[in-house]
Design a protein. Structure first.
Length: 129
């Protein structure tokens, strides 16, 4: 396997967007958690398979973040927010603007020695697990 010469410092980078449900299931979305857990395992496999080519693979396990997918639940099921806040340090729902800097970091030369990892970006939710 030959290393690929990339035109940018730090090599190529794959960033998967996982979820806190990668680690623990969710009764409302029974297929979502296993799919996200698969992404966590995929980056572990790709770090080994493609690392020799200079390709890094990492994931971000996002906490409860307001998106088109979660807006309905956030707006109409206050118990979900209450349960999340009971475990979360920052006591607020995340925004896409909270996730984007982590993607930027992992895809930058500053993360050139990081591969096969999952970074929790969750306002402290995972530390309350």
């Amino acid at each position: 396997m030959n290393r690929i010469d990339f035109d940018f410092e730090g090599g190529a980078s794959i960033i998967a967007i996982a979820s806190m449900t990668s680690y623990s299931g969710n009764e409302w979305t029974p297929g979502y958690g296993p799919a996200k857990a698969g992404l966590v395992q995929l980056v572990k496999t790709l770090r080994q398979s493609w690392g020799g080519l200079g390709i890094r693979a990492n994931a971000i396990a996002a906490g409860f973040t307001r998106t088109n997918l979660t807006a309905l639940a956030l707006d109409h099921m206050p118990q979900i927010t209450k349960n999340a806040f009971a475990r979360q340090g920052l006591k607020r729902i995340g925004a896409t603007e909270d996730i984007a800097p982590a993607v930027l970091f992992l895809s930058s030369p500053a993360a050139r020695w990081i591969t096969g990892q999952t970074l929790n970006v969750d306002g402290g939710f995972s530390t309350g697990m």
